[in-house]
Ligand binder design. Structure first.
Ligand SMILES: Cc1ncc(C[n+]2csc(CCOP(=O)(O)OP(=O)(O)O)c2C)c(N)n1
Length: 376
């Protein structure tokens, strides 16, 4: 395993001091280290999505002449394709950048279904994009060579090179700067409070990560079936759009989105479409824990923005923010008399149960039962 401090030194020595991206659990300790800053000269700009991170690296290069590093889970590689091919490519502005890509779904290793395909095609996708890559070795001397290689390659080609990060490479790092956000409920408590008062027919589309896992566990614990829930196990940021179209297609059914702040930020443009399409039966709940909890609790920028004002500005008919269970119960009851699209931002604590399970149904089973229920 590699110590985060050592890797930071190597990056610094190579003038790779600008980092931007969306977190991944394969390098969560490195992310925690970056977030703390630790007196290093490294800048960490957590981006709302990987496309934005690439654009930030372009802005960094234009203003300093230096090379930025963009980090991502391989699920985010697709989001970089447009700026890589139409901004950074040699035929266009020819800009150097180093990608740090977390390898989820590595063939032969156990991983969740949403990572399998990307894990299988990732290396050939990099080849198609003409991006040379090396896998970060699990030893500091060789890791140093890989980082130097990536920097030199990007410099020489004035385009991208990539370092692939396998699971378990970084040594454990404990966050020093503990979040000072204090809210009454956890995300799971808020989910339980809401589910206790929803209509029997309510349909839920939940976001990737812990929210879907908590929803699944709730149903299991209450011995309820899972047919009313569509668990978006991947496709971060897409749940609200999936739910919006379902709401438009099924106007007589109450449709709820269980979203995360990171996911809502990732595809914030979707709010404009939801607001414009005016589905009266759509309620968008954002469990705002100020972090990417599912990938290690790295901070999001949600505390700087007001989702409910943005929703109203986009045309939602109702939007509110709550911080306590009492406010949540009151708001959920007021909501019933309001027309959608509606949004409730639920400010919650960071963190979840250690022993939180994962859905035991396959995505295909989830889809089949959900479609049967939706079309009954
Ligand atoms: C395009 C893309 N980038 C990154 C990820 C990795 N990822 C999975 S869940 C998650 C965090 C989601 O944060 P949020 O929506 O705030 O929900 P929370 O985890 O806090 O419950 C991230 C970054 C991903 N799945 N897809």
């Amino acid at each position: 395993m590699i110590k985060c401090e050592k890797i930071a030194e190597i990056f610094s020595k190579n003038d790779l001091t600008f980092f931007s991206g969306v977190p991944d659990s394969t390098f969560k300790d490195w992310m925690k280290f970056l977030a703390d800053n630790n007196g290093t000269k490294l800048t960490n700009r957590i981006a709302v999505n990987e496309c934005e991170a690439t654009a930030l690296a372009a802005g960094y290069h234009l203003s300093t002449g230096n090379i930025g590093v963009i980090y991502m889970q391989n699920s985010g590689l697709g989001k970089t394709v447009n700026p890589l091919t139409s901004l950074m490519a040699k035929e266009v502005y020819s800009m150097p950048v180093v990608l740090m890509v977390g390898w989820r779904g590595e063939p032969e290793l156990k991983d969740e279904p949403q990572h399998k395909m990307m894990g299988r095609v990732m290396l050939s996708q990099l080849e198609t994009l003409e991006i040379p890559f090396q896998i970060l070795p699990d030893n500091i001397e060789q890791a140093q060579q890989t980082i130097e290689w990536a920097k030199t390659k990007a410099e020489k080609t004035q385009y991208a090179s990539a370092i692939i990060i396998k699971k378990g490479i970084f040594e454990k790092y404990e966050t020093q700067n503990i979040s000072k956000r204090k809210y009454e409920m956890t995300g799971e408590q808020a989910i339980h409070t809401i589910l206790g008062g929803l209509e029997k027919q309510a349909i839920i589309v939940s976001t990737t990560g812990k929210t879907s896992r908590e929803l699944f566990e709730y149903r299991k614990e209450k011995k309820q079936s899972h047919e009313k829930d569509f668990l978006t196990v991947g496709s971060m940021g897409c749940s609200a759009s999936i739910a919006n179209e379902i709401a438009l297609q099924k106007p007589s059914k109450p449709i709820y989105v269980f979203d995360g702040d990171g996911a809502a930020l990732m595809q914030m443009g979707a709010l404009a479409n939801i607001g414009s399409s005016k589905a009266e039966n759509l309620t968008h709940l954002i469990f705002d824990n100020g972090s990417y909890d599912s990938t290690g609790g790295q901070p999001t920028i949600s505390d700087n923005i007001d989702f409910s004002k943005i929703a109203l500005g986009c045309g939602y008919r109702f939007a509110s923010q709550v911080e306590t269970s009492q406010e949540l119960i009151q708001t959920m009851s007021i909501l019933k008399n309001e027309k959608g699209p509606k949004m409730v931002v639920v400010k919650v604590k960071k963190g979840s149960r250690q022993e939180l399970g994962r859905p035991t149904n396959t995505p295909l089973e989830n889809k089949r039962f959900f479609m049967e229920f939706l079309n009954k």
